[in-house]
Design a binder for this molecule. Structure first.
Ligand code: N01
Length: 550
């Protein structure tokens, strides 16, 4: 159906507007999907409860928010003129700069006219074809500015991996007399903490970026830490114009190289085992990586994420840095992690450890003695009340599945996705779910997504989905759905490759451990990005092998 035909279905008195493709989410996935559907001549609409584009960068406006993948790589590659013309200012871009970029892309490609913002999808149901019409379609109920019903032959979920904030189960939160903020749902007008007593709960990536910034403003900051975390200094810096020019001259070539890398990123990846080095050699390499900054630290040696002994050496180096930087030995000890480095996502910071040297910053260890409750005056822990004026929940997200499961998605035979995924997410290639025809997920569980460079990972998925839609159109196919066997084989493969990595063996949001009651499954695909793309392409080349086409 093209734009004119879609409008016609309205004229014909149909209760809902009908599109070829309904795209949920106006982040980087939804925006690029819209661009691609237009190129195919399909009608499409993007729905998002946010009032603007940008997805995660629209919501996560907490102080200090920035990306820990370098801006040169954390950007779209599909538009050569865009990557030549856009000016990133810093090595790691701030949230406002990334949001400006998202808005620029939306304007540049005139995307907004096919978007319904302030419009939340509350349910999405697959409606089976009837006698007169053999293939089914999706019906989505929405609420908000453009609330109502929308129909799509296909639905593409560009709903993000970290888009449903995880509120901690701490009693009394609603009794707190001051303001409560979640890092993933930050007020647009910003928050002025000047002269305030502030508490932060959590010490993940968001907290580690926010704490140094909040500490600069607040009269006093108390950090409640359950699990200490490893973080590497960003060593962020402005982009050198000469270097940037050189990158631009061969941007396309660099993008192609990135696609051949295990995590889709050009990384300083060592081919050596740490176990084969002398202590001096390995320390020198760790020091070099620390001075350079960023998550590249984890690639100092090729076995850091594969072998516990190798991992312990890298971890011990970081522990030494904590002891060196944090002046109070007791605070340093509480801040020191003893688990696997890189098992929870490695954090990247600016002045995180040094912030604990400020007289106005206190750390409270709530590992074995958890927060008792929140009271109107503050946070009660260790038998006393820490009085504060504002409370910041840096408590993360119901990652990868949270948003999809809250959307009331129902497939064939009215099967709720919640039921299908009761024991954890199941899908084929991280792209489609058996029993949920004509629904695609961009960077869903079972795909490299959060372990890769997100924007190129999105591009790979969207390109694959767009090619698939073109193929279906050309062959006159109205329905596509993975077969159960292909799904089961894929899930088994995801499990087997995940098992080899140290990452799947500790508590993190990768395995759903941060959300009480969530089934424990290592959700992303940790096989390499090129191998993943090869498998997706092979399925397509073989006429969408593993899918049933109707
Ligand atoms: O969330 P998290 P995040 N009492 O889940 C603690 C991406 N990201 O928003 O570890 C006390 O990592 C919890 O403790 P524990 C990135 O992928 C990227 O920080 O469960 N504490 C933990 O310390 C990242 O991994 C960037 O014991 C409680 C914290 O809250 C992902 O987003 C920047 C608690 C949550 O940490 C999520 O990061 C920011 C309780 N009841 C985020 N409940 C960049 O690109 C939870 N916690 C730089």
């Amino acid at each position: 159906m093209n734009q004119t035909e879609s409008a016609k279905s309205l004229e014909n008195g149909s209760a809902a507007e009908r599109f070829d493709v309904v795209i949920v989410g106006a982040g980087f996935a939804g925006m690029y999907m819209l661009h691609k559907t237009r190129q195919l001549g399909l009608s499409a609409i993007v729905l998002d409860k946010a009032s603007g584009v940008g997805g995660t960068w629209y919501w996560n406006r907490y102080p200090g928010a920035r990306c820990d993948v370098d801006s040169i790589q954390y950007s779209y590659s599909f538009d050569e003129d865009l990557q030549q013309e856009w000016e990133w200012t810093e090595y790691y871009a701030t949230q406002p700069e990334i949001l400006r970029y998202a808005n620029h892309v939306a304007d540049r490609h005139d995307l907004r006219k096919d978007m319904r913002l302030n419009t939340e999808v509350v349910s999405a149901s697959f409606v089976e074809g009837t006698n007169g019409k053999k293939t089914g379609h999706w019906e989505l109920e929405t609420k908000g500015e453009h609330g109502g019903r929308v129909e799509g032959t296909f639905v593409v979920m560009g709903t993000g991996c970290l888009s449903t904030p995880n509120k901690p189960k701490v009693e009394g939160l609603e009794d707190f007399a001051g303001a409560v903020y979640h890092t993933g749902f930050w007020p647009h007008e910003g928050v002025d903490f000047t002269g305030k007593r502030v508490a932060v709960i959590g010490t993940g990536s968001s907290a580690i970026q926010a704490i140094p910034e909040i500490a600069k403003e607040a009269a006093h900051l108390t950090v409640f830490q359950r699990t200490p975390n490893y973080t590497i200094p960003a060593q962020n810096h402005p982009l050198d114009p000469k270097e940037y020019e050189e990158i631009r001259a061969r941007y396309g070539e660099l993008r192609e190289t990135a696609k051949t890398q295990p995590n889709g990123l050009i990384y300083d990846r060592s081919p050596r085992s740490v176990l084969e080095t002398s202590e001096e050699e390995r320390w020198a390499e760790f020091e070099r990586r620390w001075a350079k900054g960023g998550t590249n630290f984890i690639a100092s040696f090729n076995d850091v994420m594969m072998n516990t002994e190798a991992n312990e050496m890298a971890a011990e180096f970081v522990r030494g840095k904590i002891r060196e930087i944090v002046k109070d030995p007791k605070t340093a000890e509480i801040l020191t992690p003893h688990n696997i480095i890189g098992c929870k996502r490695l954090c990247v910071d600016t002045d995180y450890w040094a912030t604990y040297n400020r007289d106005t910053v206190d750390l409270v260890d709530v590992r074995n003695d958890p927060i008792e409750r929140v009271v109107p005056e503050g946070v009660k822990a260790h038998g006393k009340v820490f009085e504060v004026d504002a409370l910041v929940l840096a408590t993360g997200f119901d990652a990868m599945t949270g948003t999809l499961l809250r959307m009331n998605i129902r497939g064939r035979g009215d099967l709720p996705l919640k039921e299908k995924w009761a024991d954890g997410p199941r899908n084929y290639l991280g792209l489609a779910v058996a029993g949920f025809p004509n629904m695609f997920t961009v960077t869903g569980p079972g795909s490299p997504s959060v372990l890769a460079n997100m924007i190129p990972a999105i591009e790979q998925h969207v390109d694959w989905i767009a090619d698939c839609l073109a193929y279906l159109n050309e062959k006159g196919v109205g329905e596509i759905e993975p077969v159960e066997d292909a799904e089961s084989e894929w899930m088994e493969h995801v499990r087997v490759v995940g098992d080899v990595s140290l990452r799947s063996h500790c508590d993190s949001w990768y395995v759903g451990a941060n959300v009480p009651g969530k089934p424990r499954i290592f959700m992303p695909y940790i096989g390499s990005v090129p191998e993943y793309a090869r498998r997706c392409n092979e399925a397509a080349r073989k006429g969408y092998e593993g899918f049933r086409l109707a």
